[in-house]
Design a protein around this ligand. Sequence first.
Ligand SMILES: Nc1ncnc2c1ncn2[C@@H]1O[C@H](COP(=O)(O)OP(=O)(O)O)[C@@H](O)[C@H]1O
Ligand SMILES: [Mg+2]
Length: 617
Amino acid sequence: MEDFDYEQEALNDLDYRSSNKGPWKKIFKTVLLHKGLAIGLILSVIMLATLDVCYPLLNSHAIATYFESDNPNRFNTIWLTVSAYIGVSLAYGVCVFSFLYFAGRVEVETSYELRKEAYLNLQKLPFSYFDKTAQGWIMARVTSDSRKLSEIISWGCVDLLWGLLSMFGILGVLLVTNTKLSIIVLIILPILIIITFFIRKKMLSSYRDARKENSKITAAYNEGFMGAKAIKSLVIEDMCSKEFHSKAHAYKRASLRAVFFSAIFGPITFILCYVGVGVTLYYGGNLVLKDLLEASVLYLFIDYTIKFFDPVISISRVIGDFQQAQASAERIISLIEEQPEITDREDVIEKYGTIFEPKYENFEPLVGEVEFKDVTFKYAKGEEVLKNFNLHIPAGSSVALVGHTGSGKSTIVNLICRFYEPTTGDILIDGHSYKDRSITWLHSNIGYVLQTPQLFSGTIMDNVRYGKLNATDEEVIQALKTVAADEFISKLDDGYQALVGESGSKLSVGERQLISFARAIVADPKILVLDEATSSIDTQTENMIQMAVERVMEGRTTFMIAHRLSTVVNADVILVMKDGCVVESGTHHELLMKKGYYFELYKNQFAEDALQKILNN
Ligand SMILES: Nc1ncnc2c1ncn2[C@@H]1O[C@H](COP(=O)(O)OP(=O)(O)O)[C@@H](O)[C@H]1O
Ligand SMILES: [Mg+2]
């Protein structure tokens, strides 16, 4: 039964009763990107509906010609009738084929376009969007919503169009053939439509209730099993069971109601249909007996009355489907139209181009001087993380940021990378506000290594090359050698061409990190950012990376956030952060001499390490 498909829908879809047409307009526009297909589909549906209406006419004509008339020559033209039947059958075949073909293609193309648009827009959205939007939500939009919509847009619209055309086609023919008898159909029709829609609505709403109750039960199951220990220790088994029982009962009631309405839907439309046929037969039959009507016309009316119900049912179904898909439509359009919070100004785009069409010829070379000028910053949610923050880093320095979790280290590098922008104040790069240059200009000069390396399926070479798409094999291999990754790569069967698996699953985290390191430096970035790049790997790999970092840092401005202080002792300047402020700064040596906060941090970690060593032995 088709209605069980709806079980798949997310619960929040179900309360949707808005009639906002906005998203549909946009989705239709997407369909019209392929005008030829849309026109082909509409034409084949029109043809199909016409044939559906014509077929009984042909039968009726045959009855009138061969059974009602006693003209002795009436069989002379039988070849005409036979050819007409053959013609209609062939036309049917062609129509059904082309309608299936076009509807299928419209479905595929629409789903492709929606996904493409959503994907393109996702590329434009800044880091902050992915911070606040669950990955699962985005995945569901580009997969299930786009599929659901393209399905309803193609097959749903076809059903709707076909339903309307055949309904009005049939009515038209009836009115022309016999106005009086048509009035019977015209009286039954509204009753039929109202009852059909009513039952269907009841059916859908009871399914909706059942699903709501079901999700309550799932939640109760979760609590009951996950919290089994707590429930037992609190001795509330009895209360929990009663509560569960009442939920289960509500679910049962709602489900039974749904079953009742879906069971009754078919028979009721069936009965209505045959009541219609009965009434037509009664009146029409009387007219035939009185010789006021030909039997062939009566046949036509009966056939049409039966045929009338299919379009009504299919229209009511499609309208229900559209309502169900409303939420999907709104969500996918919201994804397609989501505006990035961080964008380049018009004049900047004019000069430097967009993400997809950068004007590299206008990009100034980046030197690497970074300055925070009176920067205050807060995330969309939460309080100020930085307040009147000032910092000047000369080009080519290596900067280490240390401090407890939550002290604002990542925030600083996120701001430098322009993943976020200062709430007030400005960040200057090479003496210019970075908003005066394009985001692409900045990003093409920054190498960024995160705590958890992100690889993509493909070979090791491919993964490094994402750092610079036109890098030669030599450059890629050189980058891998610089980070001392060649050592483990030489042990792999396929060497540099080894496949890394989905998200790099075939490699260890440390190996993945070495590759993402190589990726960061193959582009020869002027600013290199390492945000806890070594915290998720073992000490041995960490030492290897440490040596690589020293080599790579030369000639670049490097921001290094490290959990382990031993890795930052060689930095030109160490910034010690606390609650969004730099509380101390200087070289490792200077800071130790100060005997301040850094000294404490260092001492504590030293003691911790020593303790760890003792515990490990
Ligand atoms: N995306 C975010 N949205 C809201 N608050 C955030 C976000 N990221 C970090 N914060 C908050 O900003 C503060 C600084 O965080 P962060 O810069 O990540 O610190 P660190 O990298 O030093 O551990 C913390 O209080 C943290 O809770
Ligand atoms: Mg951090």
